[in-house]
Design a protein around this ligand. Structure first.
Ligand code: DC
Length: 226
């Protein structure tokens, strides 16, 4: 890499292969990778651990408990490790329960405000690959390269199913597909910073591509920009 700063924003729905591709691009370019979804997952994990759910209390109690918990929470992502209040939660946040909770809690303005601020600080004056739902449209609007990576819901569910099975989790394809469609709907229809393709993002449908092909395509786009 030359001294030029390059920030690569990769957005797309769950299971499109964003984190695998983003990690590989970062490795090739020898720059950092930030998984913003892991940060939303860490907050969801904290809320659930503290017994915070919208159904467990009235709206104003929920808001005040949530703000207290948010103010006292320290989330970080560095070198592939997600930490919450100084503790490594990288494995704890990879469950179906946390996937659904992260999608629901990420629609709350105060949660987004806190995490977007942290993510912008992380992306300040340095080269990196950052993936999520609103990186190219909101977190780094002036990213040098924007990618919108997607795949059909069936293909994404198949990949997630195989990933969880390989980790020894007992899951069913049909329920993963239906959870994925629900999450797609939540993430794309929320009022603040929904999942949408930035106008200037390059669209890649990875349904019939393997990881290396996607990484090659992104790297060739980066080279084109010089
Ligand atoms: O990428 P992921 O599946 O780990 O993300 C978990 C949830 O976090 C996802 O359903 C939506 C939310 N998210 C978000 O709203 N904005 C981001 N930049 C990243 C994730």
């Amino acid at each position: 890499m030359t001294g030029k700063i390059i920030r690569i924003a990769i957005d797309g729905p769950g299971g499109a292969g964003k984190s695998t591709v983003a990690k590989a691009v970062a490795r090739r370019l020898d720059i950092d990778y930030i998984d913003t979804g892991a940060m939303y997952r860490a907050i969801a994990y904290k809320f659930l651990s503290e017994g915070l759910t919208p159904d467990s209390m009235g709206e104003s109690d929920f808001k005040s408990s949530m703000n207290k918990i948010l103010a006292g929470s320290k989330v970080d992502y560095s070198q592939g490790i997600t930490t919450l209040d100084g503790k490594d939660v990288s494995r704890d946040i990879r469950t179906s329960e946390i996937s659904a909770a992260a999608s629901a809690f990420s629609a709350i303005p105060e949660v987004r405000e806190k995490l977007v601020r942290l993510q912008r600080d992380m992306a300040c004056r340095r080269s990196l690959v950052m993936d999520g739902r609103d990186i190219g449209t909101n977190v780094i609007k002036d990213a040098e390269i924007k990618i919108f990576l997607t795949a059909s819901p069936e293909e994404r569910a198949r990949r997630r199913y195989e990933e969880l099975i390989s980790k020894g989790q007992k899951v069913q394809y049909a329920s993963i597909l239906s959870e994925m469609k629900k999450r797609d709907h939540n993430d794309s229809s929320r009022s603040i910073n929904p999942l949408v393709k930035a106008e200037d993002a390059i669209l890649i449908d990875s349904s019939n591509m393997d990881v290396d092909q996607v990484v090659d395509l992104i790297c060739s786009e980066i080279e084109k920009q010089g």
